[in-house]
Design a protein around this ligand. Sequence first.
Ligand code: HEC
Ligand code: HEC
Length: 372
Amino acid sequence: MAALIFTYLLNKSFYKIGNMCPLKMRQGYISSLLQVALLLLIPLPATTDDMPLAAAESLLLSDLRYEPIQPLPPPTDLDQRKVRLGEQLFHESRLSHDNNMSCSSCHFLDNNGADYLPHTLGRDGIKLDVNTPTVFNSSLNHYQLWDGRARNLEEQIDFVVTSDKEYATRWPVIVGKLKQDEKYRNSFGLIYPDGITAPNIRNAIATFERSLITLNSRFDRFLLGNANAISPEEKRGYQLFKTYGCVACHQGSNVGGNLFMKLGVFGDYFAKRGNPTQADLGRFNVTGKPRDRHLFRVPSLRLAALTAPYFHDGSIKTLEEAVKVMAKHQLGRTISDHDISQIVAFLKTLPGEYKGQPLGGVHQAAKEADAP
Ligand code: HEC
Ligand code: HEC
Protein backbone atom coordinates (compact mmCIF):
# COMPACT_ATOMS: atom_id res chain seq x y z
CA MET A 1 0.00 0.00 0.00
CA ALA A 2 2.68 2.50 1.10
CA ALA A 3 4.79 1.39 -1.85
CA LEU A 4 1.92 2.02 -4.26
CA ILE A 5 1.33 5.52 -3.00
CA PHE A 6 5.06 6.14 -3.08
CA THR A 7 5.27 5.12 -6.77
CA TYR A 8 2.19 7.20 -7.60
CA LEU A 9 3.65 10.33 -6.02
CA LEU A 10 7.01 9.75 -7.70
CA ASN A 11 5.31 9.42 -11.09
CA LYS A 12 3.30 12.51 -10.35
CA SER A 13 6.44 14.51 -9.55
CA PHE A 14 8.22 13.27 -12.70
CA TYR A 15 5.23 14.34 -14.70
CA LYS A 16 5.49 17.74 -13.09
CA ILE A 17 9.20 17.94 -13.83
CA GLY A 18 8.52 17.35 -17.49
CA ASN A 19 5.71 19.90 -17.81
CA MET A 20 6.27 22.79 -15.52
CA CYS A 21 8.36 25.90 -15.52
CA PRO A 22 11.51 25.68 -13.34
CA LEU A 23 10.16 27.54 -10.30
CA LYS A 24 6.84 25.71 -10.16
CA MET A 25 8.63 22.50 -10.93
CA ARG A 26 10.81 22.84 -7.92
CA GLN A 27 7.85 23.68 -5.63
CA GLY A 28 5.86 20.72 -6.90
CA TYR A 29 8.81 18.39 -6.54
CA ILE A 30 9.58 19.56 -3.03
CA SER A 31 5.97 19.27 -1.85
CA SER A 32 5.75 15.75 -3.30
CA LEU A 33 8.92 14.80 -1.49
CA LEU A 34 7.43 16.18 1.70
CA GLN A 35 4.28 14.13 1.21
CA VAL A 36 6.35 11.00 0.67
CA ALA A 37 8.38 11.72 3.77
CA LEU A 38 5.16 12.17 5.75
CA LEU A 39 3.75 8.97 4.38
CA LEU A 40 6.83 7.04 5.42
CA LEU A 41 6.28 8.24 8.98
CA ILE A 42 2.89 6.48 9.06
CA PRO A 43 3.45 2.73 9.07
CA LEU A 44 0.79 1.02 6.99
CA PRO A 45 0.20 -2.71 7.52
CA ALA A 46 0.60 -5.02 4.56
CA THR A 47 -2.56 -7.08 5.17
CA THR A 48 -5.33 -6.99 7.76
CA ASP A 49 -4.59 -10.57 8.91
CA ASP A 50 -1.38 -9.81 10.72
CA MET A 51 -2.55 -6.40 11.85
CA PRO A 52 -2.15 -5.74 15.57
CA LEU A 53 -5.44 -4.98 17.35
CA ALA A 54 -4.63 -1.29 17.88
CA ALA A 55 -3.87 -0.84 14.17
CA ALA A 56 -7.04 -2.70 13.21
CA GLU A 57 -8.98 -0.40 15.51
CA SER A 58 -7.49 2.76 14.08
CA LEU A 59 -8.23 1.54 10.55
CA LEU A 60 -11.81 0.82 11.63
CA LEU A 61 -12.07 4.29 13.15
CA SER A 62 -10.70 6.08 10.13
CA ASP A 63 -13.32 4.45 7.90
CA LEU A 64 -16.42 4.64 10.09
CA ARG A 65 -18.25 6.66 7.46
CA TYR A 66 -18.39 3.54 5.31
CA GLU A 67 -19.66 1.14 7.95
CA PRO A 68 -22.84 -0.80 7.05
CA ILE A 69 -24.42 0.53 10.26
CA GLN A 70 -24.70 4.29 10.63
CA PRO A 71 -25.72 6.57 13.52
CA LEU A 72 -29.45 7.29 13.86
CA PRO A 73 -30.39 10.57 12.19
CA PRO A 74 -31.84 13.18 14.58
CA PRO A 75 -35.42 13.97 13.55
CA THR A 76 -35.59 17.29 11.69
CA ASP A 77 -38.32 19.73 10.70
CA LEU A 78 -40.95 18.32 13.03
CA ASP A 79 -43.66 20.77 14.04
CA GLN A 80 -43.35 20.56 17.83
CA ARG A 81 -47.02 21.47 18.30
CA LYS A 82 -47.96 18.39 16.26
CA VAL A 83 -45.49 16.28 18.24
CA ARG A 84 -47.15 17.35 21.52
CA LEU A 85 -50.68 16.80 20.20
CA GLY A 86 -49.63 13.44 18.75
CA GLU A 87 -48.18 12.39 22.09
CA GLN A 88 -51.49 13.19 23.77
CA LEU A 89 -53.38 11.16 21.15
CA PHE A 90 -50.95 8.27 21.56
CA HIS A 91 -52.16 8.01 25.16
CA GLU A 92 -55.82 8.80 24.33
CA SER A 93 -58.13 5.89 25.11
CA ARG A 94 -61.18 7.62 23.59
CA LEU A 95 -59.83 6.59 20.18
CA SER A 96 -60.85 3.00 20.97
CA HIS A 97 -64.40 1.62 20.81
CA ASP A 98 -64.61 0.86 24.53
CA ASN A 99 -62.59 3.92 25.62
CA ASN A 100 -60.22 1.61 27.44
CA MET A 101 -57.26 1.11 25.10
CA SER A 102 -54.61 3.47 23.72
CA CYS A 103 -51.41 3.05 21.75
CA SER A 104 -49.54 3.08 25.04
CA SER A 105 -51.53 0.06 26.29
CA CYS A 106 -49.21 -2.04 24.12
CA HIS A 107 -46.30 0.29 23.33
CA PHE A 108 -44.65 1.31 26.63
CA LEU A 109 -42.73 4.50 25.93
CA ASP A 110 -40.96 4.67 29.28
CA ASN A 111 -39.41 1.29 28.52
CA ASN A 112 -38.87 -0.25 25.12
CA GLY A 113 -41.76 1.02 22.99
CA ALA A 114 -43.28 -2.49 23.01
CA ASP A 115 -44.33 -4.84 25.81
CA TYR A 116 -42.92 -8.12 27.13
CA LEU A 117 -45.51 -10.65 26.04
CA PRO A 118 -45.14 -13.14 23.19
CA HIS A 119 -48.66 -12.08 22.09
CA THR A 120 -50.29 -8.99 23.59
CA LEU A 121 -53.89 -9.37 24.71
CA GLY A 122 -56.13 -7.14 22.65
CA ARG A 123 -59.83 -6.29 22.96
CA ASP A 124 -61.82 -8.76 25.13
CA GLY A 125 -58.55 -10.41 26.12
CA ILE A 126 -58.05 -11.97 22.68
CA LYS A 127 -54.42 -12.60 21.76
CA LEU A 128 -53.01 -10.62 18.83
CA ASP A 129 -51.62 -12.65 15.91
CA VAL A 130 -48.03 -11.49 16.18
CA ASN A 131 -45.53 -10.12 18.66
CA THR A 132 -45.64 -6.35 19.33
CA PRO A 133 -42.66 -4.51 17.81
CA THR A 134 -41.29 -1.29 19.27
CA VAL A 135 -42.56 2.08 18.03
CA PHE A 136 -39.15 3.62 18.64
CA ASN A 137 -37.33 4.36 15.37
CA SER A 138 -40.20 2.76 13.42
CA SER A 139 -40.40 5.85 11.19
CA LEU A 140 -37.12 4.65 9.65
CA ASN A 141 -38.58 1.32 8.48
CA HIS A 142 -39.44 1.19 4.77
CA TYR A 143 -42.79 -0.48 5.48
CA GLN A 144 -44.68 -0.94 8.74
CA LEU A 145 -45.79 -4.22 10.40
CA TRP A 146 -44.23 -7.68 10.15
CA ASP A 147 -45.77 -8.35 6.75
CA GLY A 148 -45.39 -4.75 5.55
CA ARG A 149 -49.11 -4.29 4.94
CA ALA A 150 -48.86 -0.63 5.96
CA ARG A 151 -46.71 1.53 3.71
CA ASN A 152 -46.17 4.23 6.31
CA LEU A 153 -47.02 5.30 9.86
CA GLU A 154 -50.26 7.01 8.83
CA GLU A 155 -51.58 3.84 7.17
CA GLN A 156 -50.49 1.75 10.16
CA ILE A 157 -52.85 3.77 12.40
CA ASP A 158 -55.81 2.81 10.16
CA PHE A 159 -55.13 -0.86 10.94
CA VAL A 160 -55.25 -0.20 14.69
CA VAL A 161 -58.50 1.75 14.37
CA THR A 162 -60.38 -0.88 12.36
CA SER A 163 -58.92 -4.10 13.83
CA ASP A 164 -61.50 -6.09 15.84
CA LYS A 165 -58.80 -6.96 18.34
CA GLU A 166 -57.65 -3.36 18.79
CA TYR A 167 -59.73 -0.17 18.55
CA ALA A 168 -62.60 -1.91 16.72
CA THR A 169 -64.11 1.37 15.53
CA ARG A 170 -64.36 3.76 12.57
CA TRP A 171 -62.89 7.21 11.98
CA PRO A 172 -66.19 9.19 12.01
CA VAL A 173 -66.92 7.81 15.48
CA ILE A 174 -63.48 8.88 16.74
CA VAL A 175 -63.76 12.34 15.16
CA GLY A 176 -67.20 12.73 16.74
CA LYS A 177 -65.89 11.84 20.20
CA LEU A 178 -62.89 14.20 20.02
CA LYS A 179 -65.05 17.08 18.74
CA GLN A 180 -67.00 16.97 22.00
CA ASP A 181 -63.81 17.93 23.84
CA GLU A 182 -63.12 21.65 23.86
CA LYS A 183 -59.40 21.16 24.54
CA TYR A 184 -59.00 19.07 21.40
CA ARG A 185 -61.11 21.53 19.39
CA ASN A 186 -58.70 24.28 20.43
CA SER A 187 -55.44 22.42 19.99
CA PHE A 188 -56.39 21.02 16.56
CA GLY A 189 -57.74 24.43 15.53
CA LEU A 190 -54.40 26.10 16.28
CA ILE A 191 -52.46 23.67 14.07
CA TYR A 192 -54.85 22.51 11.35
CA PRO A 193 -57.14 24.94 9.48
CA ASP A 194 -59.78 22.19 9.05
CA GLY A 195 -59.65 21.17 12.72
CA ILE A 196 -60.35 17.61 13.92
CA THR A 197 -60.35 15.19 10.97
CA ALA A 198 -59.10 11.63 10.46
CA PRO A 199 -56.08 12.70 8.33
CA ASN A 200 -55.14 15.31 10.96
CA ILE A 201 -55.35 12.79 13.80
CA ARG A 202 -53.17 10.40 11.78
CA ASN A 203 -50.78 13.21 10.93
CA ALA A 204 -50.36 14.30 14.56
CA ILE A 205 -49.76 10.74 15.85
CA ALA A 206 -47.34 9.94 13.01
CA THR A 207 -45.44 13.20 13.61
CA PHE A 208 -45.09 12.24 17.26
CA GLU A 209 -43.84 8.78 16.22
CA ARG A 210 -41.26 10.41 13.92
CA SER A 211 -39.83 12.12 17.01
CA LEU A 212 -39.21 8.74 18.68
CA ILE A 213 -35.60 8.33 17.59
CA THR A 214 -33.34 6.80 20.23
CA LEU A 215 -30.24 8.94 19.80
CA ASN A 216 -26.96 8.83 21.70
CA SER A 217 -26.47 5.07 22.02
CA ARG A 218 -23.00 3.91 22.95
CA PHE A 219 -22.61 2.39 19.50
CA ASP A 220 -23.54 5.67 17.78
CA ARG A 221 -21.05 7.52 19.97
CA PHE A 222 -18.45 5.01 18.80
CA LEU A 223 -19.45 5.55 15.16
CA LEU A 224 -19.21 9.29 15.67
CA GLY A 225 -15.59 8.99 16.74
CA ASN A 226 -15.47 8.09 20.44
CA ALA A 227 -13.27 4.99 20.22
CA ASN A 228 -13.82 4.10 23.88
CA ALA A 229 -17.61 4.31 23.86
CA ILE A 230 -17.74 0.51 23.43
CA SER A 231 -15.48 -2.15 24.94
CA PRO A 232 -13.05 -4.43 23.04
CA GLU A 233 -15.51 -7.33 23.54
CA GLU A 234 -18.35 -5.28 22.05
CA LYS A 235 -16.12 -4.28 19.13
CA ARG A 236 -15.40 -7.93 18.48
CA GLY A 237 -19.12 -8.62 18.65
CA TYR A 238 -19.67 -6.01 15.96
CA GLN A 239 -16.89 -7.54 13.87
CA LEU A 240 -18.59 -10.95 14.18
CA PHE A 241 -21.96 -9.44 13.30
CA LYS A 242 -20.35 -8.32 10.04
CA THR A 243 -18.26 -11.38 9.25
CA TYR A 244 -21.04 -13.92 9.92
CA GLY A 245 -23.16 -11.91 7.50
CA CYS A 246 -25.87 -10.57 9.81
CA VAL A 247 -25.35 -7.14 8.21
CA ALA A 248 -26.58 -8.50 4.88
CA CYS A 249 -30.10 -8.18 6.31
CA HIS A 250 -29.72 -6.00 9.41
CA GLN A 251 -28.02 -2.79 8.33
CA GLY A 252 -28.43 0.96 7.90
CA SER A 253 -29.04 3.36 10.74
CA ASN A 254 -31.91 1.23 12.08
CA VAL A 255 -29.91 -2.04 11.86
CA GLY A 256 -32.72 -3.55 9.80
CA GLY A 257 -36.19 -2.44 8.81
CA ASN A 258 -35.49 -1.98 5.12
CA LEU A 259 -35.90 -5.42 3.48
CA PHE A 260 -38.33 -8.31 3.20
CA MET A 261 -36.58 -11.63 3.82
CA LYS A 262 -37.62 -15.21 4.26
CA LEU A 263 -37.52 -16.67 7.76
CA GLY A 264 -35.79 -19.99 7.15
CA VAL A 265 -33.46 -19.41 4.20
CA PHE A 266 -31.72 -22.59 5.43
CA GLY A 267 -33.92 -25.37 6.80
CA ASP A 268 -37.58 -25.13 7.72
CA TYR A 269 -38.01 -22.96 10.82
CA PHE A 270 -41.77 -23.57 10.87
CA ALA A 271 -41.66 -27.36 10.60
CA LYS A 272 -39.42 -27.41 13.62
CA ARG A 273 -41.58 -25.03 15.65
CA GLY A 274 -44.92 -26.68 14.77
CA ASN A 275 -48.47 -25.22 14.99
CA PRO A 276 -48.44 -23.23 11.73
CA THR A 277 -50.59 -20.07 11.73
CA GLN A 278 -51.92 -17.74 9.04
CA ALA A 279 -49.54 -15.01 10.29
CA ASP A 280 -46.58 -17.36 9.60
CA LEU A 281 -47.18 -16.82 5.88
CA GLY A 282 -45.94 -13.24 6.32
CA ARG A 283 -45.78 -11.12 3.18
CA PHE A 284 -47.80 -13.75 1.28
CA ASN A 285 -50.88 -12.60 3.21
CA VAL A 286 -50.48 -9.17 1.56
CA THR A 287 -49.45 -10.03 -2.00
CA GLY A 288 -50.80 -13.58 -2.50
CA LYS A 289 -47.60 -14.42 -4.39
CA PRO A 290 -46.20 -17.89 -3.62
CA ARG A 291 -42.65 -16.54 -3.53
CA ASP A 292 -43.65 -14.27 -0.62
CA ARG A 293 -44.46 -17.17 1.72
CA HIS A 294 -42.71 -16.74 5.09
CA LEU A 295 -41.18 -13.40 4.08
CA PHE A 296 -41.09 -10.82 6.84
CA ARG A 297 -39.91 -7.28 7.09
CA VAL A 298 -36.47 -7.65 8.63
CA PRO A 299 -36.87 -6.13 12.09
CA SER A 300 -34.70 -3.31 13.36
CA LEU A 301 -32.22 -4.52 16.00
CA ARG A 302 -31.79 -1.06 17.54
CA LEU A 303 -33.78 -2.03 20.65
CA ALA A 304 -33.50 -5.81 20.31
CA ALA A 305 -31.63 -5.96 23.62
CA LEU A 306 -34.81 -4.66 25.33
CA THR A 307 -37.65 -6.26 23.37
CA ALA A 308 -37.73 -9.96 24.30
CA PRO A 309 -39.45 -12.22 23.38
CA TYR A 310 -38.48 -12.34 19.72
CA PHE A 311 -39.63 -13.01 16.16
CA HIS A 312 -43.06 -12.37 14.65
CA ASP A 313 -44.37 -15.34 16.64
CA GLY A 314 -42.83 -14.23 19.94
CA SER A 315 -41.59 -17.78 20.40
CA ILE A 316 -37.94 -17.03 21.10
CA LYS A 317 -37.34 -16.08 24.71
CA THR A 318 -33.78 -14.76 24.81
CA LEU A 319 -31.48 -12.72 22.62
CA GLU A 320 -28.90 -15.51 22.75
CA GLU A 321 -31.42 -17.97 21.35
CA ALA A 322 -32.49 -15.47 18.65
CA VAL A 323 -28.88 -15.08 17.49
CA LYS A 324 -28.43 -18.86 17.41
CA VAL A 325 -31.61 -19.43 15.36
CA MET A 326 -30.63 -16.60 13.00
CA ALA A 327 -27.18 -18.08 12.38
CA LYS A 328 -28.75 -21.46 11.71
CA HIS A 329 -31.80 -20.54 9.62
CA GLN A 330 -30.66 -17.34 7.90
CA LEU A 331 -26.98 -18.12 7.35
CA GLY A 332 -26.73 -21.92 7.54
CA ARG A 333 -24.10 -21.70 10.26
CA THR A 334 -23.61 -23.15 13.69
CA ILE A 335 -22.24 -20.56 16.04
CA SER A 336 -20.32 -21.03 19.29
CA ASP A 337 -21.72 -19.80 22.61
CA HIS A 338 -18.66 -17.57 22.88
CA ASP A 339 -19.43 -15.83 19.57
CA ILE A 340 -23.11 -15.57 20.50
CA SER A 341 -22.25 -13.81 23.75
CA GLN A 342 -20.02 -11.30 21.94
CA ILE A 343 -22.70 -10.54 19.33
CA VAL A 344 -25.19 -10.09 22.17
CA ALA A 345 -22.72 -7.74 23.89
CA PHE A 346 -22.61 -5.69 20.67
CA LEU A 347 -26.44 -5.64 20.38
CA LYS A 348 -26.62 -4.26 23.92
CA THR A 349 -24.70 -1.14 22.79
CA LEU A 350 -27.44 -0.19 20.30
CA PRO A 351 -30.38 1.18 22.35
CA GLY A 352 -30.13 4.92 22.89
CA GLU A 353 -32.12 7.42 24.92
CA TYR A 354 -35.64 8.78 25.09
CA LYS A 355 -36.24 12.18 26.69
CA GLY A 356 -32.64 12.15 27.87
CA GLN A 357 -32.99 8.82 29.74
CA PRO A 358 -31.39 5.52 28.68
CA LEU A 359 -34.10 3.19 27.40
CA GLY A 360 -35.03 0.01 29.20
CA GLY A 361 -34.10 1.27 32.65
CA VAL A 362 -37.48 0.63 34.22
CA HIS A 363 -37.73 -2.83 32.70
CA GLN A 364 -34.27 -3.84 33.91
CA ALA A 365 -35.11 -2.68 37.42
CA ALA A 366 -38.44 -4.55 37.35
CA LYS A 367 -36.74 -7.69 36.08
CA GLU A 368 -34.18 -7.60 38.84
CA ALA A 369 -36.91 -7.07 41.45
CA ASP A 370 -38.86 -10.04 40.02
CA ALA A 371 -35.85 -12.35 40.05
CA PRO A 372 -36.24 -15.15 42.64
C1 HEC B 1 -53.53 -4.16 21.61
C2 HEC B 1 -52.13 -3.83 21.43
C3 HEC B 1 -51.76 -2.71 20.47
C4 HEC B 1 -52.29 -1.44 20.42
C5 HEC B 1 -53.44 -0.87 21.21
C6 HEC B 1 -51.51 -0.72 19.43
N1 HEC B 1 -50.54 -1.54 18.93
FE1 HEC B 1 -49.13 -0.98 17.58
N2 HEC B 1 -48.65 -2.92 17.34
C7 HEC B 1 -49.17 -3.99 18.05
C8 HEC B 1 -48.82 -5.24 17.38
C9 HEC B 1 -49.16 -6.63 17.83
C10 HEC B 1 -48.09 -4.86 16.23
C11 HEC B 1 -47.58 -5.80 15.13
C12 HEC B 1 -48.75 -6.08 14.20
C13 HEC B 1 -48.36 -6.70 12.87
O1 HEC B 1 -47.21 -6.60 12.47
O2 HEC B 1 -49.23 -7.25 12.20
C14 HEC B 1 -47.98 -3.42 16.25
C15 HEC B 1 -47.26 -2.68 15.32
C16 HEC B 1 -47.13 -1.31 15.36
C17 HEC B 1 -46.25 -0.54 14.51
C18 HEC B 1 -45.31 -1.10 13.45
C19 HEC B 1 -43.88 -1.15 13.91
C20 HEC B 1 -43.00 -1.85 12.92
O3 HEC B 1 -41.80 -1.96 13.19
O4 HEC B 1 -43.48 -2.33 11.89
C21 HEC B 1 -46.42 0.77 14.82
C22 HEC B 1 -45.71 1.96 14.19
C23 HEC B 1 -47.43 0.83 15.85
N3 HEC B 1 -47.82 -0.46 16.17
C24 HEC B 1 -47.96 1.98 16.38
C25 HEC B 1 -49.15 1.99 17.10
C26 HEC B 1 -49.96 3.17 17.32
C27 HEC B 1 -49.64 4.56 16.83
C28 HEC B 1 -51.03 2.78 18.06
C29 HEC B 1 -52.20 3.61 18.52
C30 HEC B 1 -52.95 4.30 17.47
C31 HEC B 1 -50.88 1.36 18.31
N4 HEC B 1 -49.74 0.91 17.70
C32 HEC B 1 -51.73 0.60 19.08
C33 HEC B 1 -49.92 -3.88 19.19
C34 HEC B 1 -50.67 -2.76 19.52
C1 HEC C 1 -31.31 -13.39 5.31
C2 HEC C 1 -31.63 -12.28 6.17
C3 HEC C 1 -31.19 -12.31 7.62
C4 HEC C 1 -29.93 -12.56 8.11
C5 HEC C 1 -28.66 -12.90 7.34
C6 HEC C 1 -30.02 -12.40 9.55
N1 HEC C 1 -31.29 -12.05 9.91
FE1 HEC C 1 -31.96 -11.66 11.78
N2 HEC C 1 -33.86 -11.53 11.10
C7 HEC C 1 -34.25 -11.67 9.77
C8 HEC C 1 -35.69 -11.71 9.70
C9 HEC C 1 -36.53 -11.85 8.43
C10 HEC C 1 -36.17 -11.66 11.02
C11 HEC C 1 -37.63 -11.71 11.47
C12 HEC C 1 -38.03 -13.14 11.63
C13 HEC C 1 -39.41 -13.27 12.19
O1 HEC C 1 -39.66 -12.78 13.25
O2 HEC C 1 -40.30 -13.83 11.58
C14 HEC C 1 -34.99 -11.52 11.87
C15 HEC C 1 -35.02 -11.39 13.27
C16 HEC C 1 -33.91 -11.23 14.07
C17 HEC C 1 -33.95 -10.99 15.50
C18 HEC C 1 -35.21 -10.82 16.34
C19 HEC C 1 -35.63 -9.39 16.37
C20 HEC C 1 -36.98 -9.16 17.02
O3 HEC C 1 -37.26 -8.02 17.41
O4 HEC C 1 -37.78 -10.10 17.13
C21 HEC C 1 -32.65 -10.90 15.93
C22 HEC C 1 -32.18 -10.62 17.35
C23 HEC C 1 -31.79 -11.09 14.79
N3 HEC C 1 -32.60 -11.27 13.67
C24 HEC C 1 -30.40 -11.11 14.81
C25 HEC C 1 -29.62 -11.57 13.75
C26 HEC C 1 -28.22 -11.90 13.87
C27 HEC C 1 -27.38 -11.75 15.11
C28 HEC C 1 -27.81 -12.38 12.64
C29 HEC C 1 -26.48 -12.96 12.26
C30 HEC C 1 -26.06 -14.12 13.03
C31 HEC C 1 -28.98 -12.28 11.76
N4 HEC C 1 -30.05 -11.80 12.48
C32 HEC C 1 -28.97 -12.60 10.42
C33 HEC C 1 -33.40 -11.71 8.69
C34 HEC C 1 -32.04 -12.00 8.76
